[in-house]
Design a protein around this ligand. Structure first.
Ligand code: HEM
Ligand SMILES: *[C@@H]1O[C@H](CO)[C@@H](O)[C@H](O)[C@H]1NC(C)=O
Ligand SMILES: *[C@@H]1O[C@H](CO)[C@@H](O)[C@H](O)[C@H]1NC(C)=O
Length: 494
């Protein structure tokens, strides 16, 4: 008993000392660091942060500590930016300082740090610039990206037509269509929906989307060294990524065999040209390795995001038949029934534009954004943030700001409409984040959302399997990405 008492006291003294040291370290350098809950060594703020619902835990902390605060995710220190003002000040007004990518252990392990999403410095600058140029249609292929999306929308509509009004879960169809856009851009052509290789690729990516939300995967970010040794879905996730890598390497090899520098067919060809131009340069960032990683980045960043947004969209439109009807009336007025929707139509379709913006605002697809980092010692407001500190510029508090969007938890296209029915722009519309790291696929994603949705509604009316009043459109709570509740729907030809 005596011994136990002594041990407890000894442990308490040790913990207090560690806490004191931690607090003192925070205070000493060059000025004050953002406040936050006291962290345990190694375990960090495990008691204040629910791994299953980080957005909610962070909301509670912001009430106590204000818009800029520090948390510890395991041993990792993170500065959280909560609210439009601080996110804008950091990502736009101090864009350079905050342009680094912070990698949580899982992302680092998955993407290996040499592609667009996780790299930093000169590598990131050059790979990003190259991807943006290629995604803007310069120097790639004969068909524009818009035409590729229109073609895919056509295949999607035909495939839906073949379900003959039977109710089904449209998730797989949407994933196939969206993945095929990336395939077309990267590999030069779409795949048939029954193609074995294509289906394997999609299966691996899909499986990983599921694994991403498991508790083990979230815990990997808290305790990477430990989780590296434990079995579980996070291990399958890493194996799957190796498989996807192999697939991409095969495609690159095929391209190298048939490569003709004078007419690049796609992203890979354009990249091979760049490698060729820089082959004398020993330090070129354009290598087979960075090509593989960049390609993988486009798949990982460009498939689940857009297809899940579409899956939310089809559920929300079932919930509000009157909104669906208004969109269809606008389609009939501007596009009619005899031609494919194109991007030039959008400026004449303020209601549809507002609905798509509201879908992205409402679902808040990446509540935590993707982690950033400061690339140098940074003064922010009256705080000091040391170089390489990880930053979470949260998106939920921006997209659900109650002054900018009254009743933020309600789905209301009026959030993006003026009283006279014209489209109302908002600086708070940040589902793609903002600043130098803003989503590199924003233009592509918005094209896909517009053309796929209008093509579907041009040809079908969505019919729910339950009373529309009973549909729950609130996303499932997760720490990573916002997922709609599972549903089935039938598509009634118009
Ligand atoms: C609705 C669909 C999408 C949403 C909501 C979305 C959202 C985001 C967000 C929030 C980020 C992090 C930005 C930051 O760090 O500040 C990001 C990064 C990125 N996204 Fe998207 N995205 C979507 C579609 C796409 C598509 C289709 C592509 C494919 C080309 C893509 C490629 C990327 C890349 C490459 C990055 C990393 C940019 C960098 O680190 O410089 N995204 N996206
Ligand atoms: C939708 O149906 C019309 C015929 O009603 C057709 O002309 C149009 O091409 C279809 N849209 C798509 C994207 O297949
Ligand atoms: C509609 O209202 C907005 C803001 O209230 C205004 O800026 C715009 O000029 C108006 N447009 C038309 C066509 O009346």
């Amino acid at each position: 008993m005596e011994l136990l008492g002594m041990t407890t006291i000894f442990l308490l003294i040790c913990i207090s000392c560690l806490l004191l040291i931690a607090t003192w370290r925070n205070m000493s350098q060059n000025g004050k660091q953002p406040p936050g809950p006291i962290a345990l060594p190694l375990a960090g703020n495990i008691f204040q942060l629910n791994p299953k619902n980080l957005p909610e835990s962070l909301r509670k902390l912001s009430e106590k500590y204000g818009p800029v605060f520090t948390i510890h995710l395991g041993p990792q220190k993170i500065v959280v930016l909560y609210g439009y003002d601080v996110v804008k000040e950091a990502l736009i007004d101090q864009a350079d300082d905050f342009s680094g990518r912070g990698s949580l252990p899982l992302l680092k392990r998955l993407l290996k740090g040499t592609g667009i999403v996780t790299s930093n410095g000169e590598t990131w600058k050059q790979l990003r610039r190259f991807a943006l140029t290629t995604l803007r249609d310069f120097g790639m292929g004969k068909r524009s990206i818009e035409e590729r999306i229109q073609e895919e929308a056509h295949f999607l509509v035909e495939r839906i037509r073949n379900t003959h009004e039977k109710a089904f879960n449209p998730g797989r169809f949407l994933t196939h269509a969206v993945s095929n856009i990336i395939c077309s851009i990267v590999f030069g052509d779409r795949f048939d929906y029954e193609d074995k290789k294509f289906l394997t690729l999609i299966y691996l990516l899909d499986e990983n989307n599921e694994y991403q939300n498991t508790i083990q995967t979230q815990l990997y970010n808290f305790f990477p060294t430990l989780m590296e040794f434990l079995p579980g879905p996070h291990q399958k996730m890493l194996k799957n990524i190796d498989e996807v890598d192999k697939f991409i390497l095969e495609m690159i090899a095929q391209h190298q065999e048939t490569w003709d520098p004078s007419c690049p067919r796609d992203f890979i060809d354009a990249f091979l040209n760049k490698m060729d131009q820089e082959k004398e340069n020993g330090h070129s960032v354009f290598t087979v390795e960075s090509l593989t990683r960049s390609t993988l980045d486009l798949f990982l960043a460009g498939t689940g995001t857009t297809s899940t947004t579409l899956r939310h969209a089809l559920l929300i439109l079932q919930k509000y038949p009157e909104i669906q009807e208004k969109v269809q009336r606008e389609i009939d007025r501007v596009i009619g029934r005899d031609r494919s929707p194109c991007m030039a139509d959008r400026s004449q379709m303020p209601y549809t534009d507002a609905v798509i913006h509201e879908i992205q605002r409402f679902i808040d697809f990446l509540p935590l954004n993707v982690p950033h980092a400061v690339i140098k010692d940074t003064k922010f407001r009256n705080y000091f943030i040391p170089k390489d500190t990880m930053i979470f510029p949260l998106l939920t508090p921006v997209l659900h700001d109650s002054k900018e969007f009254p009743n933020p938890e309600k789905f209301d296209p009026g959030h993006f409409l003026n009283a006279n029915g014209t489209f109302k722009k908002s600086d708070f519309f940040m589902p793609f984040s903002a600043g130098k790291r803003i989503c590199a696929g924003e233009g592509l994603a918005r094209m896909e959302l517009f053309i796929f949705l209008t093509s579907i509604l041009q040809n079908f009316t969505l019919k729910p399997v339950v009373d529309h009043k009973d549909i729950d459109i609130a996303p499932l709570i997760t720490s990573a990405a916002s997922i709609p509740r599972p549903y089935e729907v039938s598509f009634i030809p118009r």
